[in-house]
Ligand binder design. Structure first.
Ligand code: KMH
Ligand code: ZN
Length: 311
């Protein structure tokens, strides 16, 4: 009898708040660009799309529900992909602001950052010298002395606000300690399995991208959560595909997208989010694995369904 292939969920995070418009002409900025990027990623094989919003004129991260509204419905109408709304926003924002779009639109999935940390964006100043907009340089420079604040109280605030909406979390763990923080909240009954753990590798301030780091993250998650979790990884910048490859060989799912890497190869800017999805899809298929559809992802993650969101 033929063995069933493992299904791999691809998440695509299409714009985020790490990169600034001057770094790549392909970074989606306007609602139309964000919608097109998400639809393109879904058509290329992403089961989930992780979205942030930006000011359409300046590209500055914007966490107001009004900034999300113009593209959420469009993505929902044009694809069946699971839409995942950020509660991370940008490291410059406080949790009350970051929480608003998720509380308002009640998505199937929302991101949840599991600890306060340094979030070093300033090394990118070496690469980009000319900025189109006034906010970009101070934003990157400011990361030298900025904490991405996610205290226990902040996390609890997000968990309790979204609990009654049936939103599941993409639990972003940038270090081993974040897994223990998740265990703490699970033990208190504030978050329920299956846990969708997104391990983040290669952010300055978090765990590195070494294979030992990836293996240790997986080992620790296995020990703390057994079969009650789905593991996904993202590698920042040039680590995107190498980290994906390691995690795929360990049974993981993957996240790509211009939020975390602008690249499609050494020194080659990705022309679209779909291009990165295609690259990782080829890798998955070469390993003899199957791409999960949005409906597969809904089943694996036990999501409430696209008909139960508030947009
Ligand atoms: N770009 C990731 C490393 C969030 O949106 O909640 C962080 C992130 C945060 O995705
Ligand atoms: Zn994000």
């Amino acid at each position: 009898m033929a063995r069933r292939k493992r299904k791999v969920m691809i998440t695509c995070a299409v714009t985020g708040a790490i990169h600034t418009p001057s770094m790549s002409p392909h970074l989606p900025i306007t609602p139309e660009e964000i919608a097109d990027a998400a639809v393109g990623a879904a058509e290329a094989g992403a089961a989930l799309v992780h979205v942030h919003a930006r000011n359409p004129k300046t590209g500055q991260p914007d966490q107001s529900p009004q900034a999300f509204e113009p593209f959420l419905k469009v993505i929902k109408q044009r694809t069946s992909a699971v839409i995942n709304i950020t509660t991370g926003g940008a490291p410059t924002m406080l949790v009350e602001e970051r929480l608003q779009p998720c509380a308002y639109f009640k998505p199937e999935v929302a991101s949840l950052n599991m600890g306060s940390m340094n979030f070093g964006l300033y090394p990118m100043l070496e690469r980009t010298k000319d900025f189109k907009f006034d906010w970009e340089k101070p934003y990157l420079e400011g990361s030298h002395d900025r904490i991405f604040k996610n205290t226990f109280k902040d996390i609890e605030n997000i968990l309790t606000t979204c609990a009654e909406n049936g939103t599941r979390f993409e639990i972003e763990c940038y270090d081993i300690g974040h897994l223990y923080t998740l265990r703490h909240f699970a033990d208190r009954g504030l978050v329920k399995p299956p846990f969708f753990i997104q391990s983040v590798f290669g952010i300055l301030g978090g765990i590195g991208p070494h294979p030992e780091d990836v293996a240790h993250m997986k080992r620790t998650a296995d020990r703390l959560f057994g079969d009650e979790y789905e593991w996904s990884v993202l590698g920042a910048g040039r680590n995107q595909l190498p980290i994906a490859m390691q995690a795929l060989s360990l049974g993981g799912n993957v996240r790509v997208g211009l939020e975390d890497s602008l690249w499609a190869g050494p020194g080659r800017l990705a022309k679209s989010n779909a291009e990165q999805v295609t690259l990782v899809k080829q890798m998955i298929e070469a390993l003899g694995l199957e791409i999960a559809t949005p409906e597969d992802a809904r089943e694996i993650l036990q999501l409430k369904g696209a008909d139960k969101v508030g947009f």
